[in-house]
Design a protein around this ligand. Structure first.
Ligand code: NAP
Length: 291
């Protein structure tokens, strides 16, 4: 890595907690691979301070900002304008300058939906015409729902613990969207057994969380399923094991994380993201991601 100099452009992530973020690893590896004079750091920014952090991007002339929990909605309100995806989701995970040099407008965008579609494509999965289930109705679920619907999914069933959240999320999929309450075990079973693609957008499977979302029954999975768990630590979740045991293909969320970061880097620098270098760096930090 080139040591920062007077000419170095600084990009950063804001969030809380932030210590365990993989974003600095991904972006610094990318800057290194591209041989560009950029560095990426993590800032712990307390809830309610995202607006000031976006203003600081102006003051400090940062090259780009990644935004993570709990700031995505506040960041979307703090920028000068929103890109097309962020405008529909109402949240931004990326702030960039509208032009790459000398422009004073800050644009908020969300690279999560595109990141999911890129990751699915890596695995040869095209959601067009497919029946999809999204487990969860929070931020990642909203990104996944929009992504799958925009990619032409035949149906996007959103399973939420709270009926209202499931409805709001399913609404993003337009006519393809259908909400199901997590407590409706029959609805959940039918949705999963009929699905081609199942996306876990809940934290279930992470350390300290329940192993499977909604207490779903692993016997509902079969060889026709493609299961994308958006959790990436651990690299192999209980949901992935359960799905694979029934013959399904299952992957973790690292591919999406890398692709959404790659899209951020492209917005900031205008350069194509060096995805191989980013994947290698993530693998070193986390251990191999396909296990
Ligand atoms: P979030 O906004 O807090 O949403 C979490 C959702 O999961 C909510 O709908 C929540 O329901 C539901 N939920 C929580 N625990 C559950 C359980 N045990 N069973 C069923 N539903 C449960 O969080 P998020 O930002 O969407 O993140 C969700 C997961 O996706 C996290 O693990 C995160 O690390 C991962 N993620 C991965 C990527 C990636 O690039 N791979 C990107 C974004 C997020 P309530 O609202 O009722 O609590």
């Amino acid at each position: 890595m080139i040591l920062p100099r007077g000419s170095t452009r600084v990009a950063a992530v804001i969030g809380d907690p932030i210590r365990h973020s993989l974003s600095p690893v991904l972006h610094n590896a990318a800057f290194d691979a591209l041989g560009i004079d950029w560095v990426y750091v993590a800032f712990r920014v307390r809830r309610g301070q995202a607006g000031s952090a976006v203003e600081a991007m102006r003051t400090l002339d940062l090259g780009g900002l990644s935004v993570t929990m709990p700031h995505k909605a506040e960041a979307a309100r703090a920028v000068d304008r929103l890109g097309p995806v962020a405008a529909r989701l109402g949240v931004a995970n990326t702030v960039s300058w509208s032009g790459h040099a000398g422009d004073t407008a800050l644009v908020g965008e969300s690279t999560d939906p595109g990141g999911l579609i890129d990751a699915l494509a890596d695995d040869g999965v095209d959601p067009a015409g497919r029946s999809c289930v999204v487990l969860g109705a929070g931020g990642a679920a909203r990104a996944a729902t929009l992504a799958l619907a925009d990619a032409g999914a035949r149906s996007v069933t959103v399973v939420g613990r709270r009926a209202e959240a499931a409805r709001d999320c399913a609404f993003l999929a337009g006519r393809a969207g259908r909400p199901v309450e997590g407590a409706d075990m029959e609805g959940l079973r039918d949705s999963i057994t009929d699905a081609d693609v199942v996306v876990n957008a809940t934290p279930a499977g992470m350390e300290g969380q329940p192993p499977l979302p909604f207490g779903l029954d692993p016997r509902w999975f079969g060889p026709h399923h493609f299961v994308a768990d958006l959790v990436y630590a651990p690299a192999v979740t209980d949901l992935m094991v359960a799905a694979r045991d029934r013959g399904a293909t299952a992957v973790n969320g690292l591919g999406m994380l890398i692709h959404q970061a790659g899209r951020q880097l492209e917005l900031w620098t205008g350069r194509p993201a060096p995805l191989e270098a980013m994947t290698a760096a993530a693998g070193e930090a986390l251990g191999p991601h396909r296990q």
